[in-house]
Design a protein around this ligand. Structure first.
Ligand SMILES: Nc1ncnc2c1ncn2[C@@H]1O[C@H](COP(=O)(O)OP(=O)(O)O)[C@@H](O)[C@H]1O
Ligand SMILES: [Mg+2]
Length: 409
């Protein structure tokens, strides 16, 4: 039977609050962090000789870092207007950039319209400072998702030092706010960056279920028609997300998808069952996407963890996983790398959130080592890997309980 498109919805009043680009009107769960940001920005309005402090915000994704900084900068701009002060913020997301060079090229293009790709770094840096000087007053550069630039972090010390190096006029203030989803990035920054940038480090810890609940409640109030949410729906979305990564983005996705499932099937209520199905779909999509974007070496490392997890032998040490990894590589005719390389890939998987790595202190010799286990859903991961054209056979092989020797040639 053919369906007709219909206007309006029995479920949704306004879907925008359930989307990612919605700007929340308040973030009371981040009072502490926003207070810290406030204090760091306050010198800009005090106008008593120094500019806003440099800041570094870090925490996993979905913790309100981007929303929080946008919220405070809007506050600051209002206060600046009222006080007649000249304050400009430049909000830039580094998601597509792999180095400081790329970030600077894009910033210069944004500010001047000129694309300087191919020019030496020094020229691009000079152009950037010239463009900033043309703006004048107080300029705040926000570099969101700065972890994408890896160890090429020059921009994070050239901006804080611009004034002392004579790159911008003495009458100006220029500061930088770096935002990172990745803890390793912070640890791996060069010492001179740590020195200049970390006047203010602000950690956004994962939300707990109670906080996620209140976030969802505020947004659901605006998004859903009155009375269409079963009373368990929001607590369930919040609890699911809290158990996983504590991400508000994830919690919102569960809620939105549950609403859509109800709406698509003509239901008048969103129920617990919709949440369960929404969660399955979203989690599966996430794992699929994660696996698709991995290198083959990452995929094989993951398959090794899956194999030991199936047998109940996790958390497992790198040595144990290495034996399994070699079987997998042989089966699919892939390069066999060193045990050390396997460990690096496993730590990479930990960063992606697919695997959990725990550091253990060994007694008398050898220093610390890691043990690994699955972080994402085993059944789903196994399923997805089995369907993979190249890894499928290896999955079958390593998850049967045959001994390793059988495969040695
Ligand atoms: N305390 C909060 N109140 C309301 N919405 C929030 C809160 N924290 C996060 N969000 C919402 O969750 C989503 C993810 O937040 P975001 O700031 O993008 O996270 P991050 O930058 O840390 O990855 C956004 O839709 C944001 O509006
Ligand atoms: Mg963000």
């Amino acid at each position: 039977m053919s369906r007709t498109f219909e206007r309006g919805s029995q479920i949704f009043e306004d879907e925008r609050p359930l989307t990612d680009d919605w700007d929340p009107e308040e973030l009371p769960e981040r009072d502490g962090e926003l207070g810290h940001i406030h204090n760091a920005l306050a010198p800009a309005i005090r106008d008593t000789g120094v500019g806003p402090h440099n800041m570094f915000l870090f925490g996993k994704t979905g913790q309100g870092k981007t929303a929080g900084i946008e919220y405070k900068l809007e506050d600051l701009e209002k206060a600046a207007d009222d006080a007649g002060l000249d304050i400009t913020s430049i909000n830039y997301n580094c998601a597509g950039d792999s180095s400081s060079y790329h970030v600077l090229i894009n910033l210069v293009e944004r500010l001047t319209g000129d694309n300087l790709n191919g020019h030496p770094m020094s020229k691009i840096t000079n152009e950037f400072f010239e463009a900033v000087s043309d703006i004048g007053g107080t300029v705040i550069v926000v570099l969101d998702e700065i972890d994408n630039i890896g160890t090429s972090d020059e921009i994070l010390y050239s901006i804080p030092r611009a004034k002392s190096n004579g790159n911008i006029p003495d009458s100006m203030h220029l500061s930088v706010i770096g935002i990172s989803n990745n803890f390793k990035f912070r640890d791996n920054l060069s010492p001179k960056v740590k020195d200049t940038l970390f006047d203010e480090e602000i950690h956004f810890a994962p939300y707990n279920a109670t906080q996620l609940r209140s976030i969802l409640e505020r947004r659901a109030d605006q998004a859903f028609k009155d009375g269409v949410l079963d009373e368990d729906v929001i607590p369930l979305c919040a609890a699911n997300a809290a158990q996983d990564k504590g991400s508000a983005r994830q919690a919102l996705r569960y809620l939105y998808k549950a609403g859509e499932l109800a709406s698509n099937t003509g239901n008048e209520m969103v129920t617990e069952d919709h949440v369960r199905r929404a969660r399955e779909r979203i989690d599966r999509k996430n794992i699929e996407k994660g696996i698709r974007e991995m290198t083959l070496q990452d995929q094989m490392s993951l398959t090794a963890v899956v194999a030991l997890e199936v047998e109940g032998s996790t958390p497992a040490k790198t040595t144990e996983l290495y034996a399994r990894y070699k079987d997998i590589a042989r089966e699919i005719n892939a390069d066999i790398r060193t045990q050390r390389s396997l460990r690096d890939h496993l730590l990479e998987l930990d960063l992606m959130g697919v695997v959990d790595a725990t550091k253990k202190q060994t007694g008398n010799r050898g220093g610390p080592h890691y043990v690994f286990e699955m972080a994402s859903d085993l059944g789903m991961t196994l399923d997805i890997l089995s369907e993979d054209s190249r890894l499928g056979d290896a999955v079958e092989l390593v998850t049967t309980n045959r001994s390793i020797e059988e495969y040695l040639d």
